[in-house]
Design a protein around this ligand. Structure first.
Ligand code: GDP
Length: 616
């Protein structure tokens, strides 16, 4: 059905309830595709609704909603997770069905995965170290554990040798960042509270995060060795937050520990296992292709992309084709936290994985694909989806009035950036901070590409096309890349610390702002006589009253306080018969104002110049 719409354009209309499914980050082109319309006509419709957009620009849900309501459609935005599920579905991978189809006989008990949280300085790091040291296996392997982002320890619990996996990045920030990416990694949270300090703001934050995620909590009351430690007070304080100790009739286990003196660590592990057994059904099917999460990832000079993977289901094997977020590859080798080579890793086992072609983000899901080609295709499709979603997120909207005005004044400017860093966390942190810089609406900051590793030719090419600046954080040029950047005139900046990068970008943004000018008065002169000159037009014989009169400066003429001539220029300036560049207060001169011949005796000539206003 065609019907006239706003602006007289023809657009196929919906019934009022006709659904249109759109991915986040879609553009008018995508919408036009779905309803079989001409994208240009949708641009026109939106224009009449007060929104100025281009056909290729990603729009948010609100804007699609407005457009859809106008045209008789209902927008269904597909979330990133749903979209990814659909994407995997196209490759015959259905993670939900996979889980639903598993029967009890396939499920084997797996170790709990634990995150340590709590207020700063309450001893999270120390506790993680103490727990690591209790591990007998570590001792046998030479005692040196490497930090790979997670580790597993073994303990004898009720006569049975049991394993517990610890996420080795303390704090709820890491926990929350992973959750934000949809990765539920933690089964149990250890809440560390220093017995000499008590419940603090981050204690409560951590507690809230754990409770929001539905993760059971074991409380480690730390630093009991310290003078003034009052472990019972902690128990009391926490009852206010629904954490009631077993001794008080509740169901939360509290364990007194000293991370420093290695006291109570075994009891803490015991409590973790008891809590896991009492409230969780920790089982997984080890006999299938692995599914997991990337805990940490970085680029290693010799080994390439290195990712610590927590296997959640199935078994990861050397030789497997894997996809980790938008990265793909084949598992070339795996290592455990003692640096020992591992051939297979089952549920809840953290392993360092070599063989990915690029570096995944922390919290990215990892799965084994049937073959390398499929792995690559999934990664590529995800990357495309991510780019689209990112564009939608990054676009800072301005209203039609702002836009038109800004456009007329030539004020629309975009600073494009390519961000590279040594670890994905740093790149994300940098990007977040940069996008938080407040420079008003005149300038737009756009991160067109980000990644881990040295600056590559591809980065420079991207920067060339989009006229971007490259920011390198703790990285350098790849081979032959510097020449290319020089040739293409791409600005590449390296920083060892994040805040310097932020500072520089902020100033760049300020420099890029179109300068604002202000009028600065230079001088005034009173007209005493008017000379007619065939060559210069009328010349005003004047006395400089204030400041100075400068040749080529801007001028206006006032008569009895009223402006009679504006936008003029001091085109000629003479002192007696001679040309002068400036004439000072108290001196006489002849001023020629070009084509403005209307000067009269007693007029005042005001001269000024436009100066750039410094930005604050
Ligand atoms: P985090 O910020 O929570 O990771 O805290 P840390 O593990 O860095 O510990 C903060 C400080 O408390 C350090 O100086 C530790 O040596 C000290 N500390 C940690 N645990 C204990 C403990 O059980 N007893 C004592 N006396 N000091 C501790």
């Amino acid at each position: 059905m065609q019907a006239p719409s706003l602006g007289g354009v023809q657009v196929p209309r919906g019934s009022g309830t006709t659904p249109v499914r759109l991915r986040r980050g879609s553009s008018l082109n995508d919408f036009a595709d779905k309803i079989d319309a001409n994208p240009a006509s949708l641009v026109t419709v939106l224009f009449h609704l007060g929104e100025m957009v281009t056909a290729t620009q990603s729009l948010d849900e609100d804007m699609f909603g407005t457009l859809a309501a106008e045209l008789g459609y209902v927008i269904e935005m597909v979330s990133a997770e749903e979209e990814d599920r659909e994407l995997l579905g196209a490759f015959d991978i259905d993670l939900d069905a996979e889980l639903a189809d598993e029967d009890d006989s396939q499920l084997k008990a797996r170790p709990p995965v634990v995150t340590v949280m709590g207020h700063v300085d309450h001893g999270k790091t120390k506790l993680l170290d103490a727990i690591r040291q209790t591990d007998v296996v570590a001792g046998e392997a030479g005692g040196i554990t490497q930090h790979i982002g997670a580790y597993q320890v073994r303990t004898v619990h009720e006569g049975v040798d049991r394993a517990v996996t610890f996420i080795d990045t303390p704090g709820h920030e890491a926990f929350t960042a992973m959750r934000a990416r949809g990765a539920q990694v933690t089964d149990i949270a250890i809440l560390v509270v220093a017995a000499d300090d008590g419940v603090m703001p981050q204690t409560i934050e951590a507690l809230n995060h754990a409770q929001a995620a539905g993760v059971p909590i074991v409380v480690a009351v730390n630093k009991v060795d310290k003078e003034g430690a009052n472990p019972d007070k902690i128990r009391q304080q926490l009852t206010e937050y629904n954490l009631v100790a077993e001794e008080y009739g509740g169901d939360t286990m509290f364990v007194n520990v000293s991370a420093k003196q290695n006291l109570g660590i075994d009891q803490l592990l015991e409590a973790v296992l008891l809590t896991a057994d009492a409230s969780l059904d920790l089982r997984a099917n080890p006999d299938k292709a692995a599914r997991g999460v990337a805990i940490e990832a970085n680029l290693d000079k010799g080994r390439g992309a290195v990712a610590t993977v927590l296997v959640q289901q199935g078994t990861l094997k050397v030789g497997d084709a894997i996809v980790a977020g938008t990265a793909h590859g084949r598992v070339r080798a795996m290592f455990d936290e003692h640096g020992g080579s591992v051939l297979e890793a089952g549920p809840a086992r953290p392993v360092m994985v070599l063989g990915l072609a690029s570096v995944p983000g922390a919290g990215d899901t990892i799965l084994v694909a049937p073959d390398e080609r499929t792995a690559r295709q999934i990664a590529e499709k995800r990357e495309a989806a991510q780019r689209a979603a990112l564009l939608a997120k990054r676009r800072k909207r301005i209203s039609l009035e702002d836009f038109t005005q800004a456009l007329q004044q030539g004020k629309v400017e975009t600073l494009n950036l390519v961000l590279k860093g040594d670890v994905s966390g740093a790149v994300e942190a940098l990007e977040d901070s940069l996008l938080k810089i407040d420079v008003g609406e005149e300038v737009e900051l756009r991160v067109i590409h980000r990644g881990v590793g040295d600056i590559t030719q591809n980065d420079v090419n991207l920067a060339t096309v989009d006229n971007a600046i490259i920011i390198g954080f703790n990285v350098k040029f790849g081979e032959r890349v510097e020449d290319l950047a020089d040739r293409e005139g791409v600005d590449v900046r390296f920083y060892p610390v994040i805040y310097q990068a932020i500072d520089d970008v902020e100033s760049a943004l300020k420099g890029m702002l179109k300068p604002e000018y202000e009028e600065v008065q230079l001088g005034t002169a009173e007209v005493r006589e008017v000379f007619r000159s065939s060559k210069f037009g009328n010349v005003a014989g004047s006395l400089v009253r204030t400041g100075q009169i400068v040749r080529n400066s801007k001028a206006r003429v006032l008569r009895k306080g009223v402006v009679v001539g504006d936008n003029l220029t001091v085109e000629s300036l003479k002192r007696f018969k001679n040309d002068a560049t400036e004439v000072r207060e108290g001196y006489e001169c002849g001023i020629g104002l070009g084509s403005f011949n209307d000067v009269e005796i007693d007029d005042v000539i005001e001269t000024f110049e436009m100066r750039e206003k410094p930005r604050k």
